[in-house]
Ligand binder design. Sequence first.
Ligand code: CP3
Length: 355
Amino acid sequence: MTSPASSTLHPAPDLSGSTLVRAARQQPVPHTPVWFMRQAGRSLPEYREVRKDVAMLTSCRTPELVTEITLQPVRRHGVDAAIFFSDIVVPLQAVGVDVDIVAGTGPVIAEPIRTRADLDRLPQLTPEHVPDITESVQLLTAELGDTPLIGFAGAPFTLASYLVEGGPSKNHERTKALMHGDPQLWSDLCARLAQISGAFLRVQAQAGASAVQLFDSWAGHLSRADYLRHVEPHSRAVLEGVADLGVPRIHFGVGTGELLPAMADAGADVIGVDYRVSLPDAVERTGGRYAVQGNLDPALLFAPWEALEARVREIVEEGRSAPGHIFNLGHGVLPQTDPTVLTRVVELVHEISAR
Ligand code: CP3
């Protein structure tokens, strides 16, 4: 495999001493690191300005825009990590899937994948499909200096749900019908998606990302038995496929209280916890072996400051039960969030966790 020549010109920075990476590795930190899922996005006026004439997926494929948008929340909030500005459907688009991101709706797929012939049209991802991603990560890590960049990908189940349903789905009925009606086709589809996600993570880590997060946002819609049988092996393939790169791996889903042990054991270093499960419960369920990330309810950012402050203090305290804690929300920043509140939360977490 060829790697872009420029990667040798800009060696990836070693940010293993950053609070994010240290907390993920269960090493002592001077303060609890904090970042927010969807910290880049519509909550920021500077984001709305940059995006006003540019389609979502066009912005994701334009390195200068990716760099600017990724940096915006770092500049404004002083968070301890940047999350790469992209989307879980970017690698699908890169291999030729006709996908659009519709504002207020989410990804919409022109020709859903429901048959063997459909799957045969879905190629593997190679670095040559995404030279812009390598370039974006290199531009970003040069600008970010000491702040680590988190790369990410969608997990096979969540990607499969979009591909099979053709768009966002409340009940994932076509997806589950395929999983149970044609387990071989389901497995082959997820294996292909695991290759695509794994390759997408590799490109980001090799270009300089200091950690990676696998988003299985909709896995909480599955029973534990279905997760273990039909999904976990594929997510494991993604996570184990990047183990050799030495970057911490964060595994996150929504409503996954019943799945936390399985998701942690699938090859994660850090388990993402949504707001439904307390951090001490998450620690107990995962045997105290994993760092945790979470878990402020994003809706609480709309509560009076006193109530929000009390909850932030509680979460920082609860995080001490874990061998490592990265403060985050239980899911993404809501678009109407007042960004000045996010900045205040960062300052508060830093202040009360200083040691
Ligand atoms: O700041 C960050 O967190 C980085 C960027 C990021 C985006 N998408 C940008 C985005 C990340 C990590 C994602 C991942 C993603 N995309 C997930 C997993 C995380 C999760 O939220 O559970 C999922 C399920 C998607 C699919 C997707 N893309 C949805 C559901 C939406 C929202 C649709 C809407 O308009 O409400 C998108 C679009 C999207 N991805 C936006 C952003 C900033 C909004 C686009 C806009 O500004 O109009």
